[in-house]
Design a protein around this ligand. Structure first.
Ligand code: HSE
Length: 335
């Protein structure tokens, strides 16, 4: 366990959820952008909240732990830590550690510097909640498993979008590409991937995840479902075999993208231009408005970035671009 008052630094990566065809089940972490956080355990007076959130960016996000995604994730963690036999479980092999943290007198202080803009579609809320629980677990001496941490962090996603989904949280915590086979009970599978370059454009409009979910159709035609299953299976096989062409062919979404793409200016033209520049494929990142494309070579990823800039400059829409790679480590701690 880390002594009281000692700060740790946390780096929580952005993530691309859905990976085009795998709505709510596939996602991957990227090396840029990422959020920076600091956390420590502190003594707290009676009546004072067990979590203090300090925003050190300009986004003015809520600091009430129940309304803050990091706070909600930590509350779920504290509840389970306090309620069950986690104390025995975590320190069974270290008899000197007894008693552990009593959350009636001790709390977490969390400083959050969001470098991933909220509402950008690259897992901004997931980075805060995943970063917080990985940091808290480290402070407590790592009593929880990664799957436990994903479960806690999903409470943050519920605050952000109204629904518990793990397709950003899982890659943020595990790194790499992940498949969420099931949420209840949670089953996350880490997938291998060949070297891939990722180009992301974030047009500076806001698409709220809750809105982007509310416009989706509740029923799916069987013929579309069959295509989607084929693509998901093809993408997973392509990643495992390192088959770039199969990955590219499988990056197709016949269910969600046709509905959501109307929220993103220039989407269809951008897609054509990025493919023509040599990208394997891509689409909406999470619920948008960011769009991502995967490439086999760095030069192609840079050519794709040029096309993105050209299109949004033409539309006179402010935007940010990133050329990055898949982050294989997930949330990192610097003690
Ligand atoms: N799978 C979620 C969605 C991700 O597409 O709504 C949100 O970031």
């Amino acid at each position: 366990m880390v002594p009281l008052n000692q700060w740790i630094k946390i780096k929580a990566p952005a993530t691309v959820a859905n990976m085009v065809c795998g709505f709510d089940i596939l996602g991957f972490a990227v090396n840029n952008p990422y959020d920076e956080m600091e956390m420590r355990l502190v003594n707290r007076a009676a009546g004072q909240a067990s979590i203090t959130i300090i925003n050190i960016d300009d986004y003015n996000l809520p600091t009430d732990p129940e309304k803050n995604v990091a706070g909600a994730a930590l509350l779920a963690m504290i509840e389970e830590y306090t309620a069950n036999s986690i104390i025995e479980k975590s320190f069974a092999d270290d008899a000197t550690q007894t008693g552990l943290v009593d959350f009636s007198t001790i709390g977490f202080e969390v400083k959050i510097n969001k470098l991933i803009k909220p509402g950008s579609g690259v897992g901004s809320s997931a980075a805060s909640s995943a970063g917080a629980v990985v940091g808290a677990n480290y402070l407590l001496g790592n009593p929880f498993t990664k799957d436990d941490l994903v479960r806690f962090a999903m409470n943050g996603e519920k605050v952000a979008s109204g629904v518990k989904h793990a397709d950003n949280i899982a890659p943020c915590i595990h790194g790499g590409v992940t498949l969420v086979r099931s949420i209840f009970p949670l089953e996350v599978i880490a997938l291998p991937s060949p070297t891939l370059f990722v180009t992301i454009v974030h047009p500076q409009i806001e698409v709220r995840t809750a809105d982007a979910r509310s416009i989706l159709k509740q029923n799916v035609q069987l013929k579309d479902a069959i295509k989607q299953w084929g693509n998901i299976a093809g993408l997973v096989a392509g990643l495992m075999k390192g088959d770039y062409d199969l990955i590219g062919r499988s990056l197709e979404d016949v269910i969600i993208e046709p509905v959501r793409s109307i929220l993103i200016p220039g989407f269809d033209d951008l897609k054509k231009a990025c493919k023509a520049a040599g990208a394997l494929g891509g689409g909406i990142s999470g619920s948008g408005p960011s769009i991502f494309f995967l490439s086999k070579e760095k030069e192609t990823a840079i050519a794709v970035e040029k096309e993105m800039k050209k299109l949004y400059e033409g539309l006179e829409l402010a935007h940010h671009t990133y050329v990055t790679t898949i982050n294989q480590t997930g949330v990192e701690i610097e003690a």
